[in-house]
Design a binder for this molecule. Structure first.
Ligand code: HEM
Ligand code: HEM
Length: 339
């Protein structure tokens, strides 16, 4: 913890030029995306397991507060991806290391150049949606949902701390001799680079579908074509949107399930391993360090199981009907139900 405070104060004091700021922004953007990802995988799983709540989650995504967050999220991903590609490229080109400072500056410039048109396109979707005078989720509802996530997170951390304390009573925490970086860590170092490279097209493809070509608001647009399929969202319900995408077959393969599954596995392992680096940098007390490592490892595994479970289960007819009931829609929707 003291290390975290020192990092913050020294980051502000130390004049390490642009390289220092790239490190800070890379870390902060990575952490911001991980936080979003954890919430996002949980609420996407509701499309399969808890459709009433999924409608509320998407409704909150469409509120002005979340819209601001989405602009920040997109900027964070663009910066993290560009800077990550710089790190990967230069890691394998030591003879170019004297150009690090220049490269870090180019990354900031390139990020700004990409952000301007992307934000412009996102703003067009926002303006169209707000022009129709929609009903937004209230701030009270948003705080209510998000505080439940926060309480859940605090409980998980407290349970991990207690278990780690009990573990130290039984197994002891005597200092071990410093080990050389393990084989797993060396492998993870390479994995961070390979996964980062593969995530670029997957995450930008996903964001293009959800933000740029169509927007977050099109998830609930009735009678609109569902992006990446030839189907129509007859009801304008978010579960139908997801159901259509997950059921869309190309040559007998549910391509969006495969796509989401790949994205899920890569971003969760990459993001949670990045989180592990941050935890190990700042928390050195053995009980706290072990507890936080457990939260990261088991939390990441739980997210992958939950997300893959939702992809395998898909959006069932019953889930769809529950969502229809909740929305109070009385027509029959033969197209989606395959009639
Ligand atoms: C606010 C911006 C975003 C929106 C509106 C959005 C929307 C969606 C939607 C509607 C789905 C359901 C499946 C589908 O239609 O393909 C989904 C799934 C998914 N998204 Fe996003 N997404 C956003 C940002 C992101 C980002 C930044 C990441 C990665 C860091 C991400 C990773 C995923 C993953 C892994 C799944 C599959 C989850 C599962 O298997 O349960 N999304 N997203
Ligand atoms: C878009 C493509 C991406 C690329 C090219 C990329 C690349 C990288 C690279 C090269 C590192 C440094 C690894 C190391 O120090 O060994 C890194 C760290 C990290 N990444 Fe990514 N990444 C990407 C997407 C993501 C996503 C989607 C997340 C969140 C789910 C994420 C979260 C993190 C975190 C938390 C760290 C650790 C930061 C630190 O130690 O300061 N990254 N990334």
């Amino acid at each position: 913890m003291a290390t975290l405070v020192t990092t913050i104060t020294e980051t502000l004091r130390y004049r390490g030029k642009i390289g220092q700021w790239s490190w800070v922004f890379h870390r902060l953007s990575g952490l911001g995306i991980v936080l979003f990802l954890a919430l996002h995988v949980i609420d996407t799983s509701w499309a399969a397991f808890y459709p009433e709540l999924y409608a509320d989650a998407i409704n909150e995504y469409q509120s002005p507060l979340f819209t601001l967050g989405e602009f920040a999220l997109v900027a964070a991903i663009i910066y993290h991806a560009m800077n990550g590609l710089r790190i990967i490229f230069l890691d394998y080109r030591p003879h170019l290391w004297h150009l690090q400072q220049k490269a870090a500056t180019y990354v900031f410039v390139a990020t700004a150049v990409i952000i301007v048109p992307v934000w412009g396109m996102m703003a067009t979707h926002v303006a169209n949606f707000w022009g129709d005078d929609p009903e937004f989720a209230s701030l009270g509802d948003i705080l209510n949902t998000q505080s439940q996530f926060l309480i859940g997170f605090i409980v998980i951390v407290l349970v991990a701390l207690v278990l780690s304390f009990l573990y130290s009573l039984v197994a002891g925490d005597e200092k071990k001799a410093p080990k050389r970086a393990s084989q797993i860590d060396a492998w993870l170092w390479t994995f961070m680079r390979i996964s980062g490279f593969l995530i670029v097209p997957l995450v930008f493809g996903h964001l293009a579908m959800m933000h740029v070509i169509s927007g977050v608001f099109d998830i609930t647009a009735a009678d609109a074509t569902v992006i990446g399929t030839s189907a129509t969202n007859d009801t304008g319900l978010a579960v139908e949107f997801v159901g259509e995408r997950w059921d869309h077959l190309v040559a007998g393969v549910a391509i969006w399930r495969v796509y989401d599954g790949l994205l899920l596995a890569l971003v969760v392992v990459h993001g949670f391993n990045g989180l592990r680096y941050v935890v190990n940098d700042y928390f050195h007390n053995p009980i706290v360090n072990r507890a936080f490592n457990w939260v990261v490892v088991f939390g990441g595994a739980a997210l992958i199981i939950l997300g893959m479970g939702a992809l395998l289960a898909g959006v069932e007819e019953t889930a769809f009907n529950i969502a229809i009931d909740k929305a109070g829609i009385s027509q029959t929707f033969n197209t989606w139900l395959g009639g």
